[in-house]
Design a protein around this ligand. Structure first.
Ligand code: SF4
Length: 207
């Protein structure tokens, strides 16, 4: 039996799998610690960060459930709690009144901004490595993530720059939309290319 015991995982791949598990434990610890400081649950912290960084079109109950991998009833109760805390607001979408959209309130915007340093400790640990190792690790991590995404274990919400539908500088003369999304067939403003997108498809050539 291999379990998590590195004694039985002699190969580099096996040892790395255990190492990634340990790193995920550190991230869970940082998440819980930060949530406690803000009198939130870890899932509430993830929800605020999702609403801060993902494309507004993903800000539905279903989009949030998928984005942070929680069941719909759990999400509904969590959004109720975030509304009671004055951090999130449900609003009917003007263009389709059957759809409820989630919005950060000004307090929610501020708090989600404060939460952005959540991974600083992890980043600092990586920064201590030589540059070449950081780059190799980054490339390897992306390939592992894409594979886990293809297997359905995680849902990727990433920004445009690694997406196969992204056409950089397709409209160089348009200051409001210099790039293009071939999925939506629409121009993209520079600022929008940095938002996580639910329609993101990894570009095999940029792995
Ligand atoms: S599908 Fe989403 S991530 Fe991909 S280019 Fe279009 S907007 Fe960007």
């Amino acid at each position: 039996m291999k379990a998590l015991n590195s004694r039985y995982r002699h190969s580099p791949a096996g040892q790395l799998a255990v190492a990634l598990y340990r790193i995920s434990q550190a991230i869970q610890y940082l998440l819980r610690q930060r949530a406690e400081q803000e009198s939130l649950s870890a899932a509430q912290v993830q929800a605020l960060l999702f609403l801060k960084h993902s494309r507004p079109s993903a800000h539905t109950m279903g989009g949030l459930a998928k984005g942070i991998s929680l069941a719909y009833p759990t999400i509904s109760a969590m959004v109720d709690a975030l509304e009671r805390k004055g951090l999130v607001q449900r609003k009917v979408q003007e263009s389709d009144r059957r759809t409820i959209m989630l919005h950060l309130t000004p307090e929610g915007e501020k708090l989600s901004g404060d939460l952005e340093n959540l991974l600083d400790e992890i980043e600092q640990a990586i920064q201590a490595l030589p540059q070449a190792q950081q780059e190799a690790l980054n490339q390897a991590a992306r390939q592992i993530i894409y594979r886990l995404n293809a297997a359905g274990y995680i849902h990727l919400h990433e920004m445009c720059w690694h997406c196969q539908f992204f056409r950089q500088n397709a409209h160089p003369d348009d200051p409001h939309g210099p790039h293009h999304c071939a999925f939506m067939d629409a121009p993209l403003a520079e600022a929008d290319t940095y938002l996580d997108c639910p329609d993101f498809h990894p570009d095999p050539e940029r792995r």
